[in-house]
Design a protein around this ligand. Structure first.
Ligand code: HXC
Length: 255
């Protein structure tokens, strides 16, 4: 049987590819469990500097509807992907969703748990759950309004329509749109750029942004000050600033 999730490391970039093409990469429990296992492996691998999540021809056409249809409320709760997607959101390295084809429902929610999103011109994004008599349940009602504002998020969630890649760019859902054949190269280029940055500083920035998203402005500012000043205990901070003053490229040690 084909592997549902392909896992490839190129240099210090990890690529995770959903591979269930006959179902347009619809996410069944097994696929999400495999994604979860892979996230645990990535957390242990200190070499990895960035993660790209993508799918074969399509990103993912949502949660698997045939898996969900007969579920009771308790079973539906157990089926949810929230824990895995939150684990992904909090992983201590930068993550990029490279989106081609459909990114719908739980598929888009997976992409929303990534730090950055690049879409190819053929991509179609949406939260069509309303058309199935449900609503987004794996972060869509939470992450999307925070990302693009309530008005646009409500439009997508209430009407259940789909956006083209360029509309998704205008909405602020994706960071950039590229030609289909260039998607992985562009995602890799961005990942390499991220991999060159000071890892501790990137991790700190991510932590401060995540913390701030959950708190009042005053609490967030206070935590930002703490995280920021904590970085001055790192060799990478000294190296980054020294390299600037000495007009050379910094060599970061993740220390
Ligand atoms: C199960 C799916 C699927 C899905 C596609 N397929 N999406 N199976 N769950 N989410 C299957 C189809 O049944 C079909 O199987 C095959 O994949 C190819 O799809 P087609 O529909 O024939 O392709 P096409 O006509 O090109 O239409 C593509 C599509 C459509 C527009 C993406 O498939 C579609 O609307 N899919 C459902 C999208 C959706 O509603 N997603 C949200 C799910 S709810 P056969 O056997 O006929 O070849 C959700 C909740 C998340 O995500 C909450 C967290 C758990």
């Amino acid at each position: 049987m084909e592997e549902l999730v392909l896992f490839e490391k190129i240099e210090n970039i990890q690529i995770l590819k959903i591979n269930r093409p006959k179902r347009l990469n619809a996410l069944n429990r097994e696929t999400v469990d495999l994604i979860d296992e892979r996230i645990e492996e990535i957390k242990k691998d200190k070499e990895i500097r960035a993660l790209i999540i993508t799918g074969d021809h399509h990103f993912a056409a949502g949660a698997d509807i045939s898996d969900m249809i007969e579920k009771t409320p308790e079973e539906a709760k157990a089926f949810l992907f929230t824990n895995t997607f939150s684990k992904l959101e909090h992983i201590e390295l930068p993550t990029i969703a490279a989106i081609c084809g459909y990114a719908l429902g739980g598929g888009l929610e997976l992409a929303l748990a990534c730090d950055l999103r690049i879409a190819s011109e053929d991509a179609q994004l949406g939260l069509p759950e309303i058309n199935l008599g449900i609503m987004p349940g794996a972060g869509g009602t939470v992450r999307l309004p925070r990302l693009i504002g309530e008005a646009k998020a409500k439009e997508l969630i209430y009407l259940g329509g789909r956006l083209t890649a360029s509309e998704a760019y205008q909405y602020g859902i994706v960071n950039r749109v590229v030609k289909k054949e260039e998607l992985m190269a562009e995602a890799f280029k961005m990942a390499k750029k991220l991999a060159e940055k000071a890892p501790l500083a990137l991790r700190a920035a991510k932590e401060a942004i995540l913390y701030g998203g959950d708190r009042t402005k005053t609490e967030a500012l206070s935590r930002e000050s703490e995280i920021w000043s904590g970085l001055f205990a790192s060799q990478d901070q000294k190296e980054g600033m020294r390299a600037f003053l000495e007009k050379r490229t910094p060599q970061y040690q993740s220390k």
